[in-house]
Design a binder for this molecule. Structure first.
Ligand code: GRF
Length: 208
């Protein structure tokens, strides 16, 4: 099952996908990893796994449309059935998100619809939240707003810091992201006409 993964940083979620596919838990073929940052550590992880990589520096393009057009062209060389955003820190144009409608996933470190955008751990602690978590969702044209597929949560302890919370959230990410990719690759998960269907059942909370 061909997928392309987009990253900007460390790529620990990419690593979770690589590991699970090597262990035979995930029947995917990561055709390529694309980063907008040439020094993203995730590119090293991909190379180690023998996966083709591309670094596309968004700063060398004349605007978002031009960057997204090149990104789309690069992704589509591999004819992926799914595009996986794994810490890809770029806002995407509507044309790009439309092109991959129903076949692009993102992972966001909050219990959506709470805390869209950046600094989610700090904001959750500052707001005195008792729990925090992470969401896998289909990508729509609005930032962090597509239909939610699966979430995982953890308690926020009284002495919690951004670092301790981030570590807990990361380990949850490495469980639920491969799981959502597995569901999609096995055609247990679909997104059509604004509704997520998992194992033949529409997820009631998933509507945008
Ligand atoms: C994760 O926290 C994810 O939720 C967010 O970006 C981070 C990526 O981490 N979208 P990594 O590069 O996969 O380690």
């Amino acid at each position: 099952f061909p997928i392309v993964v987009l990253i900007s940083g460390s790529g620990s979620n990419l690593q979770a996908l690589i590991d699970q596919s090597l262990q035979g838990q995930l029947n995917i073929n990561i055709c390529a990893v694309i980063s907008n940052k040439a020094d993203a550590y995730g590119l090293e992880r991909a190379k180690k796994a023998g996966i083709p990589t591309h670094a596309l520096d968004h700063r060398s393009f004349d605007g978002r449309e031009a960057f997204d057009a090149k990104l789309q062209e690069t992704i589509d060389i591999y004819k992926p059935k799914l595009v996986v955003l794994a810490g890809f820190m770029r806002i995407l144009t509507e044309a790009f998100t439309k092109h991959y409608d129903g076949r692009m996933l993102n992972i966001h470190p909050s219990l959506l619809p709470k805390y869209k955008g950046l600094d989610t751990h700090q904001r959750a602690i500052d707001a005195g939240e008792k729990e925090h978590g992470v969401s896998v969702h289909f990508v729509s044209s609005e930032l962090d707003s597509g239909a939610v597929i699966v979430q995982a949560s953890t308690d926020i302890e009284t002495n919690e810091t951004v670092d301790t919370l981030a570590a807990k959230i990361h380990s949850l990410e490495h469980v639920i992201y491969p799981l959502a990719v597995k569901w999609f690759s096995e055609e247990q998960l679909t997104f059509r006409n604004g509704t997520v269907t998992l194992n033949g059942k529409a997820l009631p909370e998933s509507g945008i």
